[in-house]
Each structure stands twice: as C-alpha cells, then as structure tokens.
Ligand binder design. Structure first.
Ligand SMILES: [Zn+2]
Length: 331
C-alpha cells in the first residue's frame, strides 16, 4: 500500500483509540508490543509502518515525527532499514513458522545497527502457526529496551490470548468515505469513479483501489444491476435467465458487487441519505429488512460458490429468488 498521502495525522483523526496510540508514540511512551486489529484494507500495515518510521526517524523533535523524508523514514517505507525487521513467511509459503520467528529473534539478540531503537513488524498475525506464536511469547513478555513489536491482524480470534494479553490492542476504524475518495483522487483516479469506489468500499482502501482500477467495473456494474436489481416477477426471470448464460465468468464479480451495492443501499437508507442511482422503482422505498433478506440471499450464493457449486446453478437460483422476493413488494 502506498502511503505517501496517508499520514499519522490522518489516522489520528479517524478514531480515538488510534489517536491515543499516536499521542503515546509522540510522547515517547508507546507500549513496546502493539496489536493493530481491524477489517481488511483499513490501513493497519500502513499505520504500523508509520509508527516504525516514528520510532526510527532522524528528526529530533518527537512531535514532528515521522518526517517521511529522512534517510531512516525512506528506508523503513522501502523495507530496507536494517533496524526495521519484518516477520513474514518464506517465499511461496502461507504460514510463518517457528524457524522464521527464531531467525528474527536471533537478530534481536544483537544491538541495533544504527540508533537506539528498533522495530519489528509482524503483519498478518493470523499467518503465524500456534507454535510460532508461542515462540514469540517470551520475547513479548520481556521486551528489550528500545525494541518495539508492531503486530497486525484482520482476525483477532486467530491470535493466541496469551499474545493478546501482552499487547496493547488498538482497533483501527474503517476509513471515512470522503477520506478514501480524496486519496483516490490524489492517486489520479477520475472524480466520479473515485466517488463510486469510495461509496462501495465499506471503508476499505484496498477494496476501493480494486474497484477504481478494475477496467471492467462499468460493465460488471451494469450486469449486476440488470441481473440482481431490475427483475420484477417470473416474466423478467425468463428474460434474465437468457442473459445469465453469457456471464458465467463474471459470476463472482457480480456477486461481490451485488453485496457491496446492497450494503451501500442499506447504509444510505438507514441514514436517510440519497440512494444509489440503480435504486429506483421498488427499491427506492423497500423496507430495510427486505433489503437485508436479499443481501442474505446473495451472501448465501457466495457461500455456495465457495463450496464449488457451478456458477450457472448459483446465479439461476439467485436471480429466481430475488425476482420472486421483489415481485411481492408493492410500489
Ligand atoms: Zn524521518
């Protein structure tokens, strides 16, 4: 994740827990083991990198750290700073092993190479086997002076409670919609697309970037709306099932976008905000609990796809379910 436009100040505005953490870093009293939790794409690893920069930055005035431009900051960002270690799986592996942990710990037994501080980034704690997590325990319990451990995870339940109890746990809130739109704009995404991607991203910059960069997004959105949200009754089902035969390869994209669009509708409708463009006709005043029922149908279809039910069978069933459901809604 590029973080040139994302700063500690921006993070501090987002939620109190993160602001307190940043305050403690800048005051020179941050706990030595920090676990950053939160949904995928909310910027946990970017925040961990910024904290590591803050610890290793060459700027004397703590309040101005990280400067982002000194030799230290640049190397932390590039992943080449000798005192910023990263615990990750071997190439081609999905899990972090005890051996991976031991090799990082062996570096820690020596003094930092450049300054007094050192940071150990441990992204995706859920990738560590239980044995690997256990191998870390003692180190987290008796942290050496000047060494900070910055752990992140999308899934807190996969982190051993013994690890969690030794860390300051900080939950990172999702990005605000406007924040994502302005980051995308600064990355050169055209305004209308930036807004759509931000609205559909549910606060995840990663998924906003995916949507913004997806060349076939407009077409997928057209399919999604026409298949999932424009049918009214069985006649339409016959018309749609003809279309269905042509979109097999796009099924998973359509399901994913269907979930995002519907969540956006539910969110805006609950907040009394203007609905997405596609939500005309019955959708414009559909009760929220009925929209939730349709959302559940699409999620169920996604689960069936994950258990390898064929794309055509899943879409066929889903389109029929939704057209039946919406045909009972009165205009
Ligand atoms: Zn710096």
């Amino acid at each position: 994740m590029s973080s040139s436009e994302i700063t500690l100040k921006g993070f501090a505005k987002r939620c109190e827990a993160v602001r307190d953490l940043i305050d403690s870093l800048l005051a020179g009293r941050m706990e030595q083991s920090v676990l950053l939790c939160g949904a995928c794409g909310v910027g946990k690893s970017t925040l961990a990198t910024l904290l590591a920069q803050g610890l290793l930055c060459g700027e004397e005035d703590m309040a101005r750290r990280p400067c982002g431009v000194c030799k230290s900051c640049v190397r932390v960002q590039k992943g080449t700073h000798p005192d910023c270690l990263k615990l990750q799986p071997d190439k081609g592996k999905k899990t972090v092993s005890v051996e991976n942990v031991r090799s990082v710990l062996s570096v820690l037994s020596r003094s930092p190479l450049e300054g007094a501080n050192r940071a150990v980034l441990i992204p995706r704690m859920e990738q560590l086997t239980d044995a690997a997590q256990n191998a870390l325990l003692k180190t987290l319990e008796e942290t050496q002076k000047g060494t900070w451990f910055l752990l992140t995870t999308d899934n807190e339940t996969k982190v051993l409670s013994t690890i969690r109890s030794r860390c300051r746990t900080v939950r990172v809130a999702p990005f605000q919609e406007e924040e994502i739109a302005s980051i995308l704009l600064s990355e050169g995404v055209p305004a209308s697309r930036a807004e759509t991607a931000a609205a559909l991203s549910e606060g995840s910059l990663t998924s906003a970037r995916e949507i913004a960069q997806d060349d076939s997004f407009d077409r997928t959105q057209e399919w999604t709306v026409s298949l999932l949200f424009s049918g009214r009754g069985l006649e339409d089902y016959a018309r749609l099932s003809f279309t269905l035969k042509n979109i097999k390869d796009q099924t998973d994209d359509i399901l994913r976008l269907g979930v995002q669009e519907l969540r956006l509708l539910i969110r805006r409708s609950s907040a009394g905000e203007s609905l997405p463009d596609w939500a005309d006709g019955v959708w414009s005043h559909a009760p929220i609990e009925r929209c939730r029922a349709v959302l559940e149908m699409i999620l169920q279809a996604q689960r069936m796809r994950q258990s390898n039910v064929s794309a055509s069978a899943v879409m066929d069933m889903l389109v029929q379910q939704i057209t039946e459901e919406t045909s009972t809604w009165s205009l």
